[in-house]
Design a protein around this ligand. Structure first.
Ligand SMILES: NC(=O)c1ccc[n+]([C@@H]2O[C@H](COP(=O)([O-])OP(=O)(O)OC[C@H]3O[C@@H](n4cnc5c(N)ncnc54)[C@H](OP(=O)(O)O)[C@@H]3O)[C@@H](O)[C@H]2O)c1
Length: 277
């Protein structure tokens, strides 16, 4: 039976490849993208590849107001949702700020998805079995939770990789806390490291750094295969709070296992978005 699957950042890289694999199997995929022109092109490309229904929705994770608007649109349009794939993400080589003044990695990679997920959870609960999949990363190992750095203006000693890693730790802690909260319900929450993937993610890196990264790149088809399994396979039906990995062993850092830290992050994040909930 066709499932309804919502993917953020589905017009490029891992998200686009995952959408392609799902559409080829006849599933209904909602592409949530910030750039509607790019998304239209992706939709056209995907339509020629399979029979699944494809819908577009504009989502800019750079703004909590926009996330709120887009999630309200989803809530109005759809009666239920089977899978959410929280995939959109970026690496910013300089300190940058979201519309709400948050450091870019924190705001786009994590906090926007935090609000998105909490707003849309009721739709997943209406599905026979709802699944949430979070794109984390092996980079979570270098991450830490430093609330004073959430706002860009307070973010002294900015370091690209640590800042990106922190957002991927936040994705993982959120996945783990949700899994705990959802235990015994019809919804699961799991996370993954997709491997070091040939995508647009590294577009801002200096040439030398990109050269090192390019030595180990794998195609987006590899993580897309794992994401499809996590989204649909019966083998993942009862998995909750897991971390899967392509290319490297699925090992999580001590910080990622700390459920007190996960709860603290959840409470702080809830406070930051509560006006929209
Ligand atoms: N590639 C890797 O090696 C790797 C490794 C570990 C984890 N990951 C994670 O995998 C996920 C997908 O990355 P990718 O490699 O496929 O990167 P990508 O090719 O750069 O794709 C990222 C997607 O996120 C979207 N996005 C960026 N900012 C956004 C915003 N403000 N609002 C909405 N969408 C936004 C992009 O949209 P635009 O096209 O409009 O920019 C694009 O569709 C990310 O979460 C990343 O952290 C990737």
């Amino acid at each position: 039976m066709a499932k309804t699957i919502l993917i953020t950042g589905a017009n490029a890289g891992i998200g686009l490849q995952t959408a392609e694999d799902l559409i080829k199997e006849g599933h209904h995929v909602i592409l949530a993208c910030r750039n509607l022109e790019k998304a239209q092109q992706a939709k056209l490309q995907l339509e020629s590849m399979g029979t699944g229904q494809i819908d577009l929705i504009q989502l800019d994770l750079n703004s909590l107001k926009q996330v709120n608007r887009a999630s309200d649109e989803i809530l109005k349009k759809y009666a239920d949702l089977d899978v959410m794939i929280n995939n959109a993400g970026l690496i910013s080589t300089h300190l940058d700020s979201t519309e709400d003044g948050f450091e870019k990695h924190f705001g786009v990679n994590y906090l926007g998805h935090f609000l998105w997920t909490l707003k849309l959870l009721p739709l997943l609960k209406k599905s026979e079995q709802g699944r949430i999949i979070h794109l984390s990363s092996i980079a979570h190992w270098v991450g830490s939770i430093q609330p004073h750095k959430f706002k860009a203006e307070n973010n002294t000693n900015y370091h690209t990789f640590k800042s990106y890693g922190s957002s991927k730790l936040q994705n993982l802690l959120f996945s783990n806390l949700l899994a705990q909260q959802l235990q015994g319900s019809n919804v699961t929450s799991n996370a993954l490291h997709p491997g070091v993937v040939d995508s647009e993610l590294y577009r801002q890196l200096p040439k030398l750094q990109y050269m090192f990264v390019s030595l180990v790149l794998i195609p987006p088809t590899k993580p897309a295969k794992l994401i499809k399994q996590m989204a649909l396979d019966a083998t993942w039906a009862n998995k909750n709070g897991q971390y899967a990995s392509v290319q490297t062993p699925a090992m999580t850092s001590p910080k990622a296992k700390d459920m007190q830290l996960a709860q603290k992050l959840y409470d702080l994040s809830y406070d930051l978005v509560k006006e929209y909930l």
